[in-house]
Design a protein. Structure first.
Length: 188
């Protein structure tokens, strides 16, 4: 029990130091103490963001995560890649190709998602568990798979009504102490 408390104290202190080095950090974020951020001075986080356990964010090419984003466990974000085109060596050389990653407002990223360099996830998207995201995902898209593909879109009228009412989940949870509702009616 004491070892666990000491470990958690150490993890939280390490995370706090890391977050203090970010390019931009908003307010009321819940970030797992097991999160790793490489090149934090090139990472920007908005407000009311949740990042689940074991995330790895490589900010070398810059990463921006906007307000209201919810991220499940085991996220991996790469924002740079080794140069292999006309490289001096094989399989690649010492040159990096920087590609900024942007995750728009109110995006929900499921567990075990990989986001590749240069990806731009539009506002309000839902990224299914296990996706490999590459390229631009249009706003309000629901995507699944590897490589990910858009399977449908969110109801834009409903989404923008809630956004205009400032009904952001983590914000509401922190202010009003929301508790999850569990629907045990499997017929719906």
């Amino acid at each position: 029990m004491i070892r666990k408390m000491i470990f958690e104290f150490y993890q939280n202190a390490k995370l706090k130091r890391l977050l203090n080095r970010l390019k931009i950090i908003g307010v009321n974020n819940k970030i797992s103490s097991s999160t790793l951020i490489f090149y934090p001075e090139r990472v920007s986080l908005g407000s009311y963001i949740y990042i689940g356990p074991n995330a790895e964010i490589n900010g070398l090419g810059e990463v921006e995560i906007m307000n209201g984003v919810i991220i499940g466990p085991n996220l991996v974000i790469h924002s740079a890649n080794h140069n292999f085109k006309n490289s001096k060596y094989i399989p690649y050389d010492e040159t990096f190709d920087f590609r900024r990653v942007i995750i728009g407002e109110n995006v929900w990223v499921g567990g075990n998602v990989i986001i590749t360099p240069g990806s731009n996830i539009g506002e309000g998207c839902i990224i299914g568990a296990g996706c490999v995201v590459s390229g631009t995902i249009p706003p309000l898209s629901i995507v699944i798979g590897n490589p990910c593909k858009v399977i449908k879109s969110r109801d834009s009228e409903h989404y923008y009504r809630l956004k205009n009412e400032n009904k952001i989940y983590l914000k509401e949870k922190l202010i009003k102490n929301l508790k999850p509702e569990i629907n045990l009616n499997y017929n719906e």
